[in-house]
Design a protein around this ligand. Structure first.
Ligand SMILES: Cc1cc2nc3c(=O)[nH]c(=O)nc-3n(C[C@H](O)[C@H](O)[C@H](O)COP(=O)(O)O)c2cc1C
Length: 222
């Protein structure tokens, strides 16, 4: 089982989000192959809106995006971790989301499972976690849930024993969901509606975006 672990904090694994993420990783099965994708050490430029990825399936910007996309395509599950930066994810993780247009248009992560990890100075944890889970569902994947908390101090949290138990449970849930191909019916409406919207969009733009249209014809229609 392969799990891609993406952390968007500019402080990498050394910050509060990294500390909570460590507990999620401790809950994974021992034989899981994890790949840590620390965005503070990778280069993911902001999307320039050129549409090239929709036309060809590949982003022309020269950085680490295509390698990260390959890791996502090859994993069974993935974890998204970010601090709350002004009611949202960090710019580093948002850049990765924005660059993922081709993944969303073609639901390239269908069949996979995601989990989210978040920390904040003092609030909006649910808002940021829901946003990351929405991204997961918009890639075609299902979300197994998330863990989030305000900090109490540097790399410490209130009610830490309870929080860390939740974090380890999340790691275990991610592995079980992958193993059992679990279904999350509460996410079905959003995923079905989003997929129908992408189908209309790709059909409407088939002249301009032949790569995405061909992908739909070969993998998603029928
Ligand atoms: C630029 C910036 C914006 C932030 N915005 C918020 C915010 O809107 N709400 C909040 O509760 N905390 C906010 N924080 C605090 C961080 O979310 C919090 O310290 C987090 O645990 C940092 O995680 P890290 O150590 O993994 O980087 C912000 C911190 C920074 C540096």
């Amino acid at each position: 089982m392969k799990i891609a672990v993406i952390i968007g904090s500019p402080r990498g694994m050394k910050g509060n989000t990294g500390r909570l993420l460590e507990e999620v990783l401790a809950g994974l099965d021992k034989d899981v192959k994890t790949e840590l994708i620390d965005l503070s050490k990778r280069k993911v430029l902001p999307c320039i809106g050129c549409d090239h990825c929709h036309k060809t399936g590949v982003c022309p910007l020269k950085d680490d995006y295509e390698a990260i996309k390959k890791s996502l395509l090859e994993c069974d599950g993935f974890i998204l971790a970010s601090p709350n930066y002004i009611f949202s994810v960090t710019a580093q993780l948002k850049a990765l989301f924005d660059r993922s247009g081709n993944i969303l248009h073609c639901l390239l992560l269908e069949g996979k499972y995601g989990a989210v990890v978040e920390t904040s100075g003092g609030g909006e944890d649910d808002e940021v976690m829901r946003y990351m889970e929405r991204f997961i569902n918009s890639t075609g994947a299902q979300s197994v849930g998330g863990v989030g908390s305000p900090m109490a101090g540097e790399r410490t949290f209130p009610d830490e024993a309870i929080l860390f138990n939740q974090a380890r449970d999340l790691g275990r849930d991610l592995c079980r969901s992958i193993e059992e191909k679990k279904d999350f019916p509460a996410q079905a409406d959003y995923r079905t509606t989003f997929k129908a919207r992408m189908k209309r969009l790709v059909e409407y733009r088939k002249g301009e975006c032949p790569a995405e249209h061909q992908y739909w014809r070969e993998h998603l229609l029928g």
